[in-house]
Design a protein around this ligand. Sequence first.
Ligand SMILES: C[S@@+](CC[C@H](N)C(=O)[O-])C[C@H]1O[C@@H](n2cnc3c(N)ncnc32)[C@H](O)[C@@H]1O
Length: 348
Amino acid sequence: MSTPDTAADQMVPLRDVAGPSGAMQAARKAQAATAKADIVLLGDAAPPHTPSGDTPQPAYCASDPDTRLYLGDCRDILAGLPDKGSVDLVFADPPFNWGVPYEGDWDDGMDRAAYERFTFEWLDGCIDALSPTGSIWVNIPDDTAAEIVVHLKRRGLVMVNWCVWHFRFGQCRNSSFIMSKVHALYFCKDPDNRTWNADAILEPSDRAAIYNDARTMAKDTNKGMRVPMDVWYGKYWGRIQGNNKERRHGHENQIPEVYLERVVNACSNEGDLVLDPFCGSGTTATVARAWNRRSVTMDQSESIAASAWNRITEVGMVRKGASKGQSSAIHAPRSKRPKTLFTGKRTS
Ligand SMILES: C[S@@+](CC[C@H](N)C(=O)[O-])C[C@H]1O[C@@H](n2cnc3c(N)ncnc32)[C@H](O)[C@@H]1O
């Protein structure tokens, strides 16, 4: 397992900068100190899980690209994974401990300390699996986001973005604001040496989509386009329910394809290895395979794994490409005619 010191040692030296350093530079500075601090969280005192010690064998595998699904507790599988240290991208959408009746033996109602301990253990397994240039994304709601952020920081990882997946139709309630988001936490081992494909995820800027502004169309590259903002919403970004054509029956908390498509395209290249410790309906592996990435995933339930494998290898993505080029503007276009640039010379 990574310790704060070994992970911190992998970090690149801090650059000296003049003037305001910006959020990333500040995060890096704070990270070095945080990794060395003695931060204690509730789950640290809970009894540890003893890994089975078995060498994991995939329950399902396919080639071109290499795709594997393991059956069992992800903490056991991660401990014996042959790909340790070579995973390029982790995406994890864990059980939230909200009492979901998952198929299989999983208890989704642990006491808080045990749940935190479980969380830290699978996070550590993922950190060990990551290559020095790898990135990890975690999909997590409000009640555990803070603990995950602190744990990743004390393990020496650097936060790149704290994104938010915003959706409509959260469960109605009157006692507090209706929940309409989950956090998408993006961390890496080395911020200066990570895969980041901005061009692969561009969307129309508001300047182009709303104002039809000639300035953005006059750019040399990526005219009218920008990297998406860190709050994600829009067409196809809703929760997967009802008659949504992505929906896989018998699965809880399925994530939309567009979400994984954005993460996979931004943070990995063709042929890279993507890992998801909580397969569920197989969204990560389905998207990874469709975009020619190798993938490793795992689930504790035999029936969930069987259904996911069918999706990953037979059904595939049903909205490939839908995350790209879609405007997230919240206002209708205000100008039909392109605004022209003022060149500075008036004749009258
Ligand atoms: C929130 S769901 C993942 C949903 C997935 N992202 C999708 O889009 O379908 C969590 C999954 O983790 C599985 N799971 C829970 N605990 C596990 C463990 N310790 N090891 C492996 N899988 C586990 C559950 O069976 C469930 O399928």
